[in-house]
Design a protein around this ligand. Structure first.
Ligand SMILES: Nc1ccn([C@@H]2O[C@H](COP(=O)(O)O)[C@@H](O)[C@H]2O)c(=O)n1
Length: 251
């Protein structure tokens, strides 16, 4: 089984580690580099052992700590658009949506495949990632305005979902954000609502003990109980109960 740790999530910074026991990767380093270092060490992760860092897109809350990659000479993978926006096309490694990169393939237990898929966010070329190995499958989808069939296909049959569940639409509409920010959050290239996350998860989760992490939650336009209730209701409509058919954690 994969070991997934959500070290930080939300618009202040995102960082997820994924390990199959032999290989550890990070998805996003959206905290200052010293903080990335500190939280990883506190979690028992040796920075010198990190195989690679996968960046979903160029917004600061996802890549602020890229100096951490430079310090430890860790390869950085992202889309061409993201690497261009980060001015790292020369040093980064390009992954295209639909493509898989396989590494440590010398033994069946150590291999890991990372497959990228397009998401819909107001960045140059944002990606989500599906990570597979003998340890199972983990999907990471953050910062997307909606979920397409292609995204569902890429994430299908995961054991672990790291899923954006950003806001309650009514809270955004009736909240304090300036109109331009409200429109941005609610746009197709914005962030995922509780309802949209719940509806996508209802299509993905089969009740086989999947683990769901609800992430990138707004502290202004959401409440953990609201997000959790929305997802639980959608899955209950399929006959699936938290704690029995799947595990749910709100971060
Ligand atoms: N005053 C603000 C607050 C937030 N944003 C952006 O909106 C998105 C959602 O943020 P949450 O903290 O509510 O999850 C995110 O992209 C923020 O950067 C903003 O532009 N201005």
């Amino acid at each position: 089984m994969f070991d997934v740790k959500i070290h930080a999530t939300g618009s202040d910074g995102n960082c997820v580690s994924i390990s199959n026991g032999a290989v550890t990767i990070l998805v996003d380093v959206g905290l200052p580099k010293t903080k990335v270092e500190k939280i990883l060490l506190a979690a028992g992760i040796d920075p010198t052992k990190i195989h690679s860092i996968w960046i979903t897109h160029e917004h600061q809350d996802h890549c602020r700590g890229l100096g951490f990659a430079d310090k430890y000479k860790i390869p950085v993978y992202a889309s061409e658009g993201t690497l261009k926006a980060l001015e790292r096309l020369d040093s980064g490694k390009v992954i295209k949506a639909g493509n898989s990169i396989c590494f440590e393939a010398f033994s069946i237990t150590n291999h890991m495949f990372v497959t990228a898929f397009n998401v819909s966010h107001d960045a140059m070329e944002p990606l989500g990632f599906a990570i597979q190995s003998g340890a199972g499958k983990v999907s990471v989808m953050m910062d997307t305005g909606y979920v397409t069939d292609e995204m569902l296909h890429a994430m299908a049959n995961s054991d672990i979902y790291v899923f954006e569940c950003n806001h309650d639409e009514d809270m955004v509409v009736n909240g304090d954000y300036p109109d331009v920010t409200k429109s941005r959050v609610l746009a197709d290239t914005g962030h995922l609502s509780n309802e949209a996350a719940a509806s996508a998860l209802a299509k993905l989760v089969h009740g086989l003990g999947e683990k769901i992490y609800l992430t990138h939650m707004s502290s202004n336009n959401n409440m953990p109980a609201l997000a959790q209730g929305t997802v639980k209701r959608a899955l209950k409509a399929k006959g699936l109960l938290a704690g029995k058919h799947y595990e749910l954690e709100v971060l």
